[in-house]
Structures are given as C-alpha cells and as structure tokens.
Design a protein around this ligand. Structure first.
Ligand code: PMP
Length: 428
C-alpha cells in the first residue's frame, strides 16, 4: 500500500504540532514509520488520505463500538448542532443520558459528565480523597487512567510504549501518594495496605486491563480487592473507560459480578465525541460541589452535541442486548482463527481475550501483569504490525494496546483478517 500523502501530511504536522500528533500513541514510534492520516471512516473501515481502505481494529481506541459514522449517532449530532453547540446552562438531555446510564450500570445512583477519561479518573480520585479524608491511592503497574499527575507512575499504554512510565513534571510529592501494586497479585495489595494503615483513600483499577495489551483479572482477584476495601474502609474505583458499555450493558461490574464504589467512564459513553463521566452511590456523589465540599467543574461538561451522541449510543446498546454476546462471538472467532494460523506457522504467541477486547503478545508465557506484558518480543510485533498494515488491516501500533471489535465488522472481514495473519506469519 502507498502512504505518500499521509507521510507528506505528517511532515507538515510535525512543524506545528509536537511529534505531529495530539496524542502520543497515534505516532508510530513503537513500530517505526509514519502514521496514517485518516480522511473518513464508515462502519468497519477507515479510508486514508492516499485512498487506501483499512479494516479498523482500533476504532478510535474503543468508542466506535457500533462502527464509524453510525447513522443514528450522526443524525443526532447534526440535529442538535442546528440548535446551538454550547450553552454552559443545564439542558434536559443531560438528565436523560444520566437516567439511562444509571439504569444500565449496577450500583450507581448519580453520574457526573466531564470531557475525557482522564478528567473522569482524576475527579474520581479527588472525590475518593475528599470522602475518606485520606491522601494515598493504590494503582496497578501497567494500568492507564489518563495523563493526570497521580496516574503517571508506571502507567500503561503510550507511557510504556514511549518508555516513560514515570513522567518528568510529576512532582515527588504527588508520586509518593501513589502506591504501586502488581496486577492480579492480591497478596501484594494486602501488604501495601498493611504498611499504610488508614492512609489509603482508594484503589483504582482497570477491572480488565487494556493498556498493557488485554489482561483479564484472574479468578478471585477483583472479589479479593472488594473484600480488602471493605475491611479497610478504602473506596474501590473501577476505571471502566474501556470496559464500560462494552463488556456488558453494565460494564465489568455486571460481567464480573463485583461492585465498585466509584466507576469512571469514557470512550463508548460519548458515542465518539469527547465525553467522560464518573458515578457512584448518592452518599458519595453528594460530596461533590455544589452539594458538597469536593470541587469539580467544566465549561463544556454536558455539552449538547456530546450528550446527544452519547445518549443515542447508549440507547442503541440498551435496545440491542444481544449485541454484547454477538461481539464476544466475533472476537472468539477471530481469536481461534488467528491462534490456529500462528500455530501452523510455529509462531510463539499468547492471545488474551474477554468480550470484545483482544490482544496478541509474541511470548509463550501467560501475560497476567505488567512484567509479563513487557517481556513479549517487540521486534516480532513490529513486523506483524507492518505486515498487517500492508494487507489493509489496522491494529494498534503498539503491543501495549487492546484491539476493539465492533458490531460493524462482518465474519467476512474477520476471515480477511485471519488470511492476512496467515500471510504475515510466514514472514515473521
Ligand atoms: N482510563 C482508561 C482505562 C483508558 O484506557 C484511557 C484512555 N485510553 C483513559 C482512562 C483516559 O481517557 P482519555 O484518553 O479520554 O483521557
């Protein structure tokens, strides 16, 4: 495939935008080469500036669960835009989407909307600190909760891809309030809690990790965290920015049957517009301004375009409850197809999958945490990525990311993808 115009646009972009991108993972730094500039997208496909058509397995990093330019979502945005794009005043649609979200997700009474997943997680932690009167938080190595200071301590996603899991600019004071634990290691969490008795406000976790590739929790891990939190008056925050409205109507809480105290959302909840949200029981949410002392605000929060895209998306998902099973079936089909092709070609690999999230590591050992995720063979991943791209398949340009399956993907698309893996595997 030819990417001449993309490369030219990237050269122009680099003159005026740091690294030519507005979010680091978009650059192909981990895999080499120039990023692809998108012209438009429809359903399961991206169309780039050189006229190539690519089958998309990133889907804007998760939001486009029904495919790109999904007509009801696009219509809702157009309709709203004609009536004004921002007021900074309350609108009825904010209550409508809040009511629907509260009905779909277990164990939440109230929800507040923000503009990104980062904001949602940052605000959730502030709320947890305000509510408990404690300063420290526990986060897990390899989990990513956005780029707010407290979270850039051994973060996943772009932070690992670029080798800077601890970012300069985060003060020592902030860093020392973030305690690092090992994903899927309950004993490790227990010992951290023991050494910081009555100092920990919250444990924040991706209930299914998606930012070191996809890593599901081992049996009993989330349940164990729930018990530890109960016993030590620590709030459990599920970062469901990726998993919310994706793994089930009620997200990971529903699928795993474990309740969190605060849940954060992003991606799907905005239908492709910039939306995040955090939610909890009333007694916790009422700690927020204007009712309570914990301050949190936003000029564009609850923006009418974003709310109409989000409301349409959630309404569609709520109507089609069979969709989560159908997404999981497609993902299983892809998993089995890729695994059998890689086995035939004797390519050492581990595939992790849950619901519509899947990732491949080129390593024989199980990938269960950050250490096992970074052990994978990155050189093989690079070749695999470029091979897939040459065959018209767009996967995340880093091994530390998850692929997202959308409703728009057909079994024919999945077969094309599996055939591409077969071709590429011969070159690895
Ligand atoms: N939490 C998780 C689990 C995420 O995957 C991400 C983004 N990939 C974020 C938080 C941050 O969201 P945003 O990029 O919208 O700020």
């Amino acid at each position: 495939m030819i990417y001449k115009r993309s490369s030219a646009l990237f050269a122009e972009a680099q003159k005026v935008i740091p690294g030519g991108v507005n979010s680091p993972v978009r650059a192909f730094k981990a895999v080499g080469g120039d990023p692809i500039f998108v012209k438009e997208a429809k359903g399961a496909y991206l169309y780039d500036e050189d006229g190539n058509r690519l089958i998309d397995y990133i889907n804007s990093w998760g939001p486009m669960i029904l495919g790109h330019a999904h007509p009801p979502v696009v219509d809702a945005i157009i309709d709203k835009a004609k009536k004004g794009t921002s007021f900074g005043m309350p609108t009825e649609i904010e209550t409508e989407i809040a009511e629907l979200a509260v009905a779909m997700v277990p164990n939440i009474d109230k929800i507040r909307f923000v503009n990104s997943g980062t904001e949602a997680c940052m605000s959730a932690v502030r709320l947890a600190r305000g509510y408990t009167g404690r300063d420290k938080i526990i986060k897990f190595a390899g989990c990513y909760h956005g780029h707010s200071d407290s979270f850039l301590i051994q973060a996943g996603s772009g932070a690992v891809t670029f080798g800077s899991p601890n970012s300069p600019g985060v003060t020592k004071g902030t860093a020392q309030d973030t305690l690092l634990a090992k994903y899927n290691d309950l004993q490790n969490v227990e010992s951290i809690i023991r050494s910081n008795k009555e100092e920990i406000a919250c444990i924040i976790i991706e209930p299914v990790a998606g930012n070191m590739g996809c890593i599901p929790p081992v049996k009993g891990f989330l349940e164990g965290l729930r018990d530890l939190c109960n016993a030590n008056k620590i709030l459990l925050i599920f970062d469901e920015v990726m998993t919310g409205f994706r793994l089930a109507k009620g997200g990971a809480q529903e699928l795993m049957k474990v309740n969190a105290d605060i849940v954060t959302f992003g991606k799907v909840i905005g239908g492709g517009l910039p939306v995040g949200a955090f939610a909890a029981r009333s007694e916790i949410m009422d700690y927020l301004a204007p009712l309570g002392p914990v301050y949190q605000a936003g000029t564009l929060s609850g923006n009418p375009l974003a709310m109409s895209a989000g409301l349409t998306m959630l309404t569609e998902l709520n109507k089609k409850s069979e969709i989560f099973k159908s997404l999981a079936d497609k993902t299983e089909y892809l998993h089995k197809g890729i695994a059998s092709v890689l086995e035939e070609e004797n390519i050492v690999h581990t595939i992790n999958r849950i619901g519509s999230m899947i990732s491949i590591h080129f390593d024989k050992d199980a990938v269960v945490d950050f250490d096992s995720a970074v052990k994978g063979d990155n050189e093989t991943f690079k070749k695999f990525f470029h091979g897939m791209l040459d065959n018209g398949i767009y996967i995340a340009p880093s091994a530390f990311e998850t692929w997202f399956i959308t409703d728009a993907l057909t079994y024919a698309d999945l077969d094309i993808t599996i055939a591409a893996v077969k071709k590429v595997a011969k070159t690895l």
